[in-house]
Write a protein that binds this ligand. Structure first.
Ligand code: ATP
Ligand code: ZN
Length: 292
């Protein structure tokens, strides 16, 4: 019986969410002593806990079947290995959002990236930065640094930087100004491109269906309410992301009960609008699991 091996980040920004996601898919693990390999107890899926930078390489080399990693890292490694589309993105996971941006010293008179022609750019993403700037027709000299990229301009070793940004606080603290976003990223589930043996393929599909269910469930709410029969159409329109609600008659009343799974966030404004068209006894419940 074959097993799937999934690589996730050992410790860092993506670790907790990656592990939670897999646990919510019903996976349980026996941790090994060295904590790098976790054996899947009831479902044949094992985990390998590694540095995020190693995940795309482990997939390309066939050591792992699936990996959760930022799109930034996956793209950088594919360019570095010159494998173009060697990895397949199976599902963007909705966490680990950040973007790769070009930033310049606050006091420099630069308004767009075309003015960086021939300039020196410090970055931890040399391949991605070079590729994206060349796509814009800008040739630069790339200066690779593995960390503390943001101090390079003040040290006089670079004219600009290309770095990951989520809030911009680090940039401001280093007197840098965000010039242009060149790449948007979030965590995603990847596999290797190419033929996958039938039994592994089936396992992957089962895991993916569960994953889809977990992601959908976390976004969904179950809404129950009572409303006048003639308000059904208006109520359905007001329920976010609902097409076919379940409708039940209420004994001895001309009102009906409406139950629906809302695929989008439900805010107080939605409830107030429902009340305004005659709805009452409105309940909003979380959805724990979902399989369609
Ligand atoms: P490792 O030890 O695994 O190599 P790391 O220090 O390279 O860890 P983290 O800082 O944990 O990596 O970031 C992991 C990923 O989180 C990034 O590659 C990126 O996809 C995402 N991320 C989200 N927000 C940010 C941010 N503000 N800065 C950097 N990365 C971010
Ligand atoms: Zn890393």
């Amino acid at each position: 019986m074959s097993r799937l091996r999934v690589a996730i980040q050992k410790s860092g920004r993506l670790s907790e969410r990656s592990l939670d996601l897999l646990k919510n898919c019903g996976l349980q693990f026996a941790r090994s002593k060295d904590k790098l390999f976790w054996y899947g107890k009831d479902f044949p899926v094992d985990l390998l806990l590694v540095r995020d930078d190693d995940i795309p390489r482990l997939l390309l080399d066939g050591v792992c079947d699936l990996g959760i990693v930022g799109e930034n890292i996956a793209s950088e490694v594919m360019l570095e290995r010159n494998v173009g589309d060697g990895l397949r993105c199976l599902r963007k996971l909705g966490f680990g959002h950040c973007h790769l941006s070009i930033a310049v010293p606050e006091d420099k008179d630069i308004i767009d990236s075309s003015q960086l022609e021939g300039k020196r750019i410090a970055t931890s993403y040399p391949e991605l930065t070079r590729y994206l700037l060349e796509e814009k027709g800008v040739k630069t000299e790339i200066f690779e640094l593995s960390g503390s990229v943001e101090i390079a301009p003040s040290l006089g070793t670079a004219d600009a930087i290309s770095d990951l940004v989520s809030t911009g606080t680090t940039l401001r603290a280093n007197h840098l100004r965000e010039l242009e976003v060149i790449f948007e990223s979030q965590a995603a589930l990847y596999s290797r491109k190419g033929e996958i043996p039938g039994d592994k393929q089936q396992l992957m599909e089962r895991l993916l269906a569960r994953l889809e269910g977990v992601i959908q469930a976390s976004k969904s709410k179950y809404v129950m309410l009572h409303a006048p029969r003639e308000a059904l159409e208006k109520v359905t329109e007001l329920l976010p992301g609902v097409e076919h609600p379940s409708i039940m008659p209420l004994e001895g009343s001309d009102r009906i009960a409406i139950h629906a799974v809302c695929g989008e966030a439900v805010f107080w404004e939605h409830l107030e609008a429902l009340k305004a068209v005659g709805a009452s006894a409105i309940l909003v419940l979380p959805v724990e699991k979902m399989l369609s």
